[in-house]
Ligand binder design. Structure first.
Ligand SMILES: Cc1cc2nc3c(=O)[nH]c(=O)nc-3n(C[C@H](O)[C@H](O)[C@H](O)COP(=O)(O)OP(=O)(O)OC[C@H]3O[C@@H](n4cnc5c(N)ncnc54)[C@H](O)[C@@H]3O)c2cc1C
Length: 402
């Protein structure tokens, strides 16, 4: 006999939507609540490296045809991988352990280069009537019968058997329940952007960057540059109405200590396209011209800067009716590209746990406790790996700075 359940997921990021797909697959009732007006409301990173873990989780949660379609929306594999210095000279023996761009040495699938918006659009496919945009969680209360009543700023609410915090690094649920467990600033920052291919890019940006994945090792800082070229014939299919068209672009991200960008620890961070561009121009002034040009040709509205934050420890969610996934519970440095992959891993693990509750095989308490144990083991290893990735990229671990 199945147990009737309703799950309320706060946040329509990759983690929340992947969980929703997993629940839909198992016929479990859910709703997703997202504070933004639409998936494309904010430019929150552009390309996501989806590794074997992320691919396995997506394949488990999505219907087979949708997973197949997701793979076809990804950028074409890079023709080459460059490890270079800022003068575009090749460096030997530099790498980030967690990146796998080919099949060398293992049977696991190589990493995919997903466009973040396309991934979320694929994940939204078929869920539209269950995903409510423009709804910001304000708080929640626990009812006498154990259920959780989530309340939203527009006055509406949702009564859930399980409330899932999938609301990212600034999680409102975590802030309400564990105000002391806000992820800590590591002292590093990340500036990122994307530049559409154009004649100027072809002529003025170094040729070796244009079809490749490139890592530039600078002084206490690194840049990742990825060619995002899409096969539009593969991207179009019967689901194509749900996927926004995308032009080929060069994605890039710089990461390093504030000081390597000429910023003091207590100085406010550049927050507008203009001030971010000024910081970028000063930081890369001595770099090869054909590299600097890539940053200069990025439109101001495509530039973003974030402080790098990391979790210290995963909260012990002492009520089994409220749990968390992804950045809400284990924010990490983007240095190794593991955050979204971990969120997807959590989503698949939680979908499986809820499936067992639904099937009447286990109590909510035991299933959620098992899930959280699994996440602590897996995703906190990813937090540590991301700190290590920072050391490999720019010689300094992204650990909390205080
Ligand atoms: C520059 C950069 C590059 C990165 N590259 C990679 C990579 O290559 N590979 C990788 O694995 N990871 C990468 N990451 C990390 C990755 O982006 C995150 O780990 C991932 O997005 C976390 O997913 P999530 O679903 O947990 O949270 P999020 O993606 O943050 O989604 C949370 C959602 O919750 C919503 N929300 C927040 N508060 C509320 C509220 N109160 N009510 C309702 N909704 C709310 C938000 O609007 C958002 O849509 C990168 C990060 C950055 C910054």
């Amino acid at each position: 006999m199945t147990t009737s359940l309703h799950i309320c997921i706060i946040g329509a990021g990759p983690g929340g939507l992947c969980l929703a797909q997993g629940l839909r697959k198992h016929g479990i009732s859910f709703e997703v609540v997202e504070k933004d007006a639409a998936l494309a409301s904010r430019s929150q990173g552009y390309r996501l490296r989806i590794d074997h873990t992320g691919q396995t989780a997506l394949a488990a949660c999505l219907p087979a045809d949708l997973y197949d379609y997701f793979q076809r929306t990804c950028a074409l594999p890079s023709a080459q991988v460059n490890t270079l210095n800022t003068q575009l000279e090749t460096l030997a023996d530099k790498w980030v352990k967690d990146w796998r761009l080919d099949k060398t040495g293992t049977d696991a699938a190589p990493d995919l280069k997903a466009d973040r918006l396309a991934l979320r659009e694929v994940l939204l496919t078929g869920l539209q009537e269950h995903v409510h945009f423009n709804k910001n969680l304000s708080d929640y209360t626990e009812q006498a019968n154990g259920k959780i009543l989530a309340r939203f700023e527009d006055g509406s609410n949702c009564l859930a058997d399980i409330l899932v915090a999938a609301d990212g690094i600034h999680s409102r649920v975590r802030a309400l329940r564990f105000p002391d467990l806000t992820p800590q600033d590591t002292g590093s920052i990340c500036i990122y952007g994307k530049t559409a291919y154009s004649t100027k890019i072809t002529v003025q940006v170094a040729a070796e960057l244009q079809n490749a994945t490139t890592i530039i090792f600078a002084n206490e800082m690194a840049a990742v540059i990825d060619a995002m070229k899409f096969d539009n014939a593969k991207r179009s299919n019967t689901n194509s109405g749900l996927i926004s068209p995308v032009s080929n672009y060069l994605y890039w991200a710089l990461i390093g200590k504030r000081s390597s960008f000429g910023l003091q620890t207590d100085q406010p961070l550049p927050a507008t396209g203009l001030t971010i561009r000024n910081c970028l121009t000063q930081t890369t002034a001595s770099w090869a011209t054909k590299l600097q040009t890539l940053f200069q040709l990025t439109p101001a509205e495509a530039l973003a800067l974030l402080p790098v934050r990391t979790a210290r420890t995963m909260p012990v969610w002492d009520t089994h009716r409220i749990t968390a996934l992804g950045d809400a519970s284990h924010a990490m440095s983007p240095a190794s590209g593991l955050g979204a992959n971990s969120a997807l891993y959590d989503a698949a693990a939680l979908a499986n746990a809820i499936r067992q509750i639904h099937a009447g095989a286990i109590t909510i308490k035991d299933a959620i406790r098992n899930y959280e144990k699994q996440v602590r083991q897996h995703s906190f290893a990813a937090v540590s790996a991301s700190q290590e990735g920072s050391t490999q990229l720019f010689g300094s671990e992204d650990r909390p700075s205080d």
